[in-house]
Write a protein that binds this ligand. Structure first.
Ligand code: ADP
Ligand code: ADP
Length: 228
Protein backbone atom coordinates (compact mmCIF):
# COMPACT_ATOMS: atom_id res chain seq x y z
CA UNK A 1 0.00 0.00 0.00
CA UNK A 2 2.65 2.53 1.13
CA UNK A 3 6.31 1.57 0.68
CA UNK A 4 9.37 3.73 1.14
CA UNK A 5 12.71 2.42 -0.08
CA UNK A 6 15.81 4.30 1.02
CA UNK A 7 14.06 7.64 0.84
CA UNK A 8 16.25 10.69 1.43
CA UNK A 9 15.06 14.29 1.28
CA UNK A 10 17.59 17.11 1.26
CA UNK A 11 16.04 20.58 1.02
CA UNK A 12 17.71 23.15 -1.25
CA UNK A 13 19.27 24.80 1.83
CA UNK A 14 21.13 21.57 2.55
CA UNK A 15 18.99 20.31 5.44
CA UNK A 16 18.63 16.53 5.29
CA UNK A 17 15.06 16.13 6.55
CA UNK A 18 14.84 12.39 5.82
CA UNK A 19 17.86 10.13 5.71
CA UNK A 20 17.59 6.71 4.07
CA UNK A 21 14.11 5.91 5.34
CA UNK A 22 12.56 2.53 4.47
CA UNK A 23 9.33 1.03 5.72
CA UNK A 24 6.12 -0.46 4.49
CA UNK A 25 2.57 0.15 5.63
CA UNK A 26 0.19 -2.60 4.61
CA UNK A 27 -3.32 -2.06 3.34
CA UNK A 28 -5.81 -1.52 6.13
CA UNK A 29 -3.18 -0.71 8.76
CA UNK A 30 -3.39 1.94 11.48
CA UNK A 31 0.02 3.52 12.11
CA UNK A 32 1.31 6.33 14.31
CA UNK A 33 4.32 8.39 13.24
CA UNK A 34 5.99 10.07 16.21
CA UNK A 35 9.14 12.08 16.76
CA UNK A 36 10.13 15.44 18.17
CA UNK A 37 9.85 18.67 16.23
CA UNK A 38 12.18 18.70 13.23
CA UNK A 39 12.47 14.91 13.05
CA UNK A 40 10.99 14.78 9.53
CA UNK A 41 7.30 13.96 10.09
CA UNK A 42 5.88 16.77 7.94
CA UNK A 43 8.41 16.07 5.22
CA UNK A 44 7.22 12.48 5.18
CA UNK A 45 3.57 13.54 4.81
CA UNK A 46 4.46 16.02 2.05
CA UNK A 47 6.27 13.27 0.17
CA UNK A 48 3.24 10.99 0.42
CA UNK A 49 1.01 13.71 -1.00
CA UNK A 50 3.65 14.45 -3.65
CA UNK A 51 3.86 18.08 -2.60
CA UNK A 52 7.62 17.55 -2.70
CA UNK A 53 9.83 14.87 -4.26
CA UNK A 54 12.50 12.81 -2.56
CA UNK A 55 16.12 13.58 -3.40
CA UNK A 56 16.67 9.84 -3.77
CA UNK A 57 14.87 6.60 -3.09
CA UNK A 58 11.57 5.09 -4.12
CA UNK A 59 8.11 5.81 -2.83
CA UNK A 60 5.31 3.44 -3.77
CA UNK A 61 1.64 4.07 -3.13
CA UNK A 62 -0.68 1.26 -4.15
CA UNK A 63 2.02 -0.44 -6.24
CA UNK A 64 2.96 2.73 -8.12
CA UNK A 65 6.28 4.54 -7.75
CA UNK A 66 4.96 8.05 -7.24
CA UNK A 67 8.38 9.60 -7.84
CA UNK A 68 7.90 8.59 -11.48
CA UNK A 69 4.28 9.67 -11.65
CA UNK A 70 3.37 11.96 -14.54
CA UNK A 71 2.21 15.42 -13.58
CA UNK A 72 -1.19 14.70 -15.14
CA UNK A 73 -1.66 11.77 -12.71
CA UNK A 74 -1.01 13.81 -9.55
CA UNK A 75 -4.66 14.87 -9.02
CA UNK A 76 -5.70 11.21 -9.07
CA UNK A 77 -3.05 10.36 -6.47
CA UNK A 78 -4.21 13.23 -4.23
CA UNK A 79 -7.80 12.04 -4.48
CA UNK A 80 -6.72 8.64 -3.22
CA UNK A 81 -5.39 10.24 -0.02
CA UNK A 82 -7.69 11.99 2.44
CA UNK A 83 -5.92 14.47 4.73
CA UNK A 84 -6.81 16.18 8.00
CA UNK A 85 -4.74 18.81 9.81
CA UNK A 86 -4.34 20.14 13.33
CA UNK A 87 -6.06 23.42 12.35
CA UNK A 88 -8.98 21.74 10.51
CA UNK A 89 -8.70 23.98 7.41
CA UNK A 90 -12.43 24.17 6.75
CA UNK A 91 -13.74 26.84 4.40
CA UNK A 92 -15.27 29.41 6.77
CA UNK A 93 -17.78 30.84 4.30
CA UNK A 94 -19.34 27.47 3.51
CA UNK A 95 -21.72 25.37 5.55
CA UNK A 96 -20.50 22.05 6.93
CA UNK A 97 -22.55 20.28 4.25
CA UNK A 98 -20.89 22.29 1.49
CA UNK A 99 -17.42 21.88 2.98
CA UNK A 100 -17.90 18.12 2.68
CA UNK A 101 -19.66 18.29 -0.70
CA UNK A 102 -16.79 20.40 -2.06
CA UNK A 103 -14.47 17.36 -2.17
CA UNK A 104 -16.94 15.66 -4.49
CA UNK A 105 -17.75 18.76 -6.54
CA UNK A 106 -14.11 19.30 -7.51
CA UNK A 107 -14.06 15.79 -8.96
CA UNK A 108 -17.29 16.54 -10.80
CA UNK A 109 -19.14 13.75 -9.02
CA UNK A 110 -22.76 13.40 -10.12
CA UNK A 111 -25.31 15.31 -8.03
CA UNK A 112 -26.98 12.10 -6.90
CA UNK A 113 -23.64 10.83 -5.53
CA UNK A 114 -23.21 14.08 -3.59
CA UNK A 115 -26.75 13.92 -2.22
CA UNK A 116 -26.22 10.36 -1.08
CA UNK A 117 -22.64 10.46 0.21
CA UNK A 118 -22.54 13.76 2.08
CA UNK A 119 -25.41 12.94 4.49
CA UNK A 120 -23.93 9.46 4.90
CA UNK A 121 -20.50 10.66 6.09
CA UNK A 122 -21.99 13.47 8.18
CA UNK A 123 -24.02 10.82 9.96
CA UNK A 124 -20.91 8.65 10.36
CA UNK A 125 -19.10 11.49 12.18
CA UNK A 126 -22.20 12.46 14.17
CA UNK A 127 -22.79 15.83 12.53
CA UNK A 128 -26.12 15.32 10.76
CA UNK A 129 -27.72 17.99 12.95
CA UNK A 130 -25.00 20.57 12.16
CA UNK A 131 -24.98 20.26 8.37
CA UNK A 132 -26.26 23.78 7.80
CA UNK A 133 -23.99 25.52 10.28
CA UNK A 134 -20.74 27.27 9.47
CA UNK A 135 -17.38 26.11 10.87
CA UNK A 136 -17.12 28.98 13.39
CA UNK A 137 -20.41 27.87 14.99
CA UNK A 138 -18.92 24.47 15.82
CA UNK A 139 -16.62 23.37 18.64
CA UNK A 140 -13.06 22.31 17.81
CA UNK A 141 -13.98 18.66 18.05
CA UNK A 142 -16.96 19.13 15.74
CA UNK A 143 -14.79 21.01 13.26
CA UNK A 144 -12.32 18.13 13.23
CA UNK A 145 -15.22 15.71 12.66
CA UNK A 146 -16.31 17.84 9.71
CA UNK A 147 -12.75 17.82 8.38
CA UNK A 148 -12.72 14.01 8.71
CA UNK A 149 -16.02 13.77 6.85
CA UNK A 150 -14.58 15.92 4.08
CA UNK A 151 -11.44 13.77 3.93
CA UNK A 152 -13.29 10.48 3.55
CA UNK A 153 -16.41 11.39 1.56
CA UNK A 154 -14.88 10.14 -1.69
CA UNK A 155 -13.71 6.88 -0.04
CA UNK A 156 -9.95 7.30 -0.36
CA UNK A 157 -7.93 4.14 0.40
CA UNK A 158 -5.55 6.19 2.58
CA UNK A 159 -6.20 8.77 5.31
CA UNK A 160 -3.33 10.94 6.58
CA UNK A 161 -3.88 12.85 9.81
CA UNK A 162 -1.32 15.52 10.74
CA UNK A 163 -1.59 16.19 14.50
CA UNK A 164 -5.38 15.74 14.35
CA UNK A 165 -5.83 16.22 18.10
CA UNK A 166 -3.21 18.94 18.56
CA UNK A 167 -5.84 21.62 19.25
CA UNK A 168 -8.29 19.48 21.22
CA UNK A 169 -8.79 18.63 24.88
CA UNK A 170 -8.19 15.01 25.98
CA UNK A 171 -11.86 13.95 25.92
CA UNK A 172 -12.44 15.38 22.45
CA UNK A 173 -9.13 13.88 21.30
CA UNK A 174 -10.44 10.47 22.24
CA UNK A 175 -13.62 10.99 20.24
CA UNK A 176 -11.56 11.88 17.18
CA UNK A 177 -9.29 8.86 17.71
CA UNK A 178 -12.34 6.60 17.98
CA UNK A 179 -13.58 7.99 14.69
CA UNK A 180 -10.20 7.35 13.09
CA UNK A 181 -10.45 3.77 14.33
CA UNK A 182 -13.98 3.45 12.89
CA UNK A 183 -12.74 4.75 9.56
CA UNK A 184 -9.85 2.28 9.73
CA UNK A 185 -12.24 -0.59 10.46
CA UNK A 186 -14.15 0.28 7.30
CA UNK A 187 -10.96 -0.59 5.40
CA UNK A 188 -9.10 2.70 5.09
CA UNK A 189 -5.35 2.72 5.79
CA UNK A 190 -4.82 5.38 8.48
CA UNK A 191 -1.51 7.16 9.19
CA UNK A 192 -1.50 9.54 12.15
CA UNK A 193 1.31 11.96 12.97
CA UNK A 194 0.98 12.91 16.62
CA UNK A 195 2.55 14.21 19.82
CA UNK A 196 -0.29 12.79 21.88
CA UNK A 197 1.55 10.42 24.18
CA UNK A 198 -1.55 9.29 26.10
CA UNK A 199 -3.36 8.33 22.92
CA UNK A 200 -0.40 6.48 21.41
CA UNK A 201 0.30 4.58 24.61
CA UNK A 202 -3.24 3.35 25.07
CA UNK A 203 -4.08 2.42 21.49
CA UNK A 204 -1.40 -0.27 21.08
CA UNK A 205 -1.01 0.29 17.36
CA UNK A 206 2.12 0.25 15.25
CA UNK A 207 4.40 3.19 16.09
CA UNK A 208 7.16 4.42 13.77
CA UNK A 209 9.54 6.81 15.52
CA UNK A 210 11.64 9.33 13.58
CA UNK A 211 14.71 11.09 14.93
CA UNK A 212 16.78 13.48 12.84
CA UNK A 213 15.26 12.08 9.68
CA UNK A 214 15.84 8.42 10.46
CA UNK A 215 13.54 5.65 11.61
CA UNK A 216 14.93 4.83 15.05
CA UNK A 217 12.10 2.56 16.17
CA UNK A 218 9.27 0.66 14.51
CA UNK A 219 7.07 -1.42 16.78
CA UNK A 220 3.81 -3.29 16.41
CA UNK A 221 1.60 -2.54 19.42
CA UNK A 222 4.12 0.12 20.28
CA UNK A 223 4.24 3.05 22.64
CA UNK A 224 5.34 6.65 22.47
CA UNK A 225 8.71 5.65 23.82
CA UNK A 226 10.53 8.93 24.28
CA UNK A 227 10.31 12.18 26.19
CA UNK A 228 10.15 15.51 24.45
P1 ADP B 1 8.68 17.69 11.79
O1 ADP B 1 7.41 17.68 10.99
O2 ADP B 1 8.96 16.38 12.44
O3 ADP B 1 8.75 18.83 12.75
P2 ADP B 1 9.94 18.56 9.32
O4 ADP B 1 9.75 17.51 8.28
O5 ADP B 1 9.07 19.76 9.27
O6 ADP B 1 9.89 17.89 10.76
O7 ADP B 1 11.44 19.09 9.26
C1 ADP B 1 12.58 18.23 9.19
C2 ADP B 1 13.81 19.13 8.98
O8 ADP B 1 13.75 19.73 7.70
C3 ADP B 1 13.93 20.27 9.97
O9 ADP B 1 15.31 20.48 10.20
C4 ADP B 1 13.33 21.46 9.22
O10 ADP B 1 13.85 22.68 9.65
C5 ADP B 1 13.75 21.16 7.79
N1 ADP B 1 12.79 21.67 6.78
C6 ADP B 1 11.46 21.41 6.72
N2 ADP B 1 10.92 22.00 5.63
C7 ADP B 1 11.92 22.63 5.00
C8 ADP B 1 12.00 23.40 3.80
N3 ADP B 1 10.95 23.62 3.05
N4 ADP B 1 13.20 23.90 3.46
C9 ADP B 1 14.26 23.65 4.23
N5 ADP B 1 14.29 22.93 5.34
C10 ADP B 1 13.13 22.42 5.72
P1 ADP C 1 10.83 22.07 -2.00
O1 ADP C 1 11.70 22.59 -3.11
O2 ADP C 1 11.32 20.75 -1.48
O3 ADP C 1 9.39 22.07 -2.33
P2 ADP C 1 11.55 24.56 -0.68
O4 ADP C 1 12.96 24.50 -0.21
O5 ADP C 1 11.28 25.26 -1.96
O6 ADP C 1 10.97 23.07 -0.74
O7 ADP C 1 10.76 25.23 0.48
C1 ADP C 1 9.37 25.35 0.51
C2 ADP C 1 9.01 26.47 1.49
O8 ADP C 1 9.42 26.15 2.84
C3 ADP C 1 9.71 27.77 1.11
O9 ADP C 1 8.75 28.81 1.19
C4 ADP C 1 10.77 27.93 2.18
O10 ADP C 1 10.99 29.27 2.46
C5 ADP C 1 10.15 27.26 3.40
N1 ADP C 1 11.23 26.82 4.35
C6 ADP C 1 12.54 27.03 4.21
N2 ADP C 1 13.22 26.55 5.23
C7 ADP C 1 12.34 26.00 6.07
C8 ADP C 1 12.45 25.32 7.33
N3 ADP C 1 13.61 25.12 7.94
N4 ADP C 1 11.32 24.85 7.89
C9 ADP C 1 10.13 25.05 7.27
N5 ADP C 1 9.97 25.69 6.10
C10 ADP C 1 11.06 26.17 5.50
Amino acid sequence: MIRLENVTKVYPNGVKALDDVSFEIEKGAFVFIVGSSGSGKSTLLKLLMKEINPTSGKLHIEEKDITKLRRSKIPKLRRSIGVVFQDFRLLEKMTIYNNVAFTLKVTEAPTRTIRRNVPMVLSLVGLSQKANMHPKQLSGGEQQRAALARAIVNNPPILLADEPTGNLDPKTSWEIMKLLLDINLRGTTVVVVTHDKEVVNSMKKRVITLREGRVVRDMQKGDYGYEN
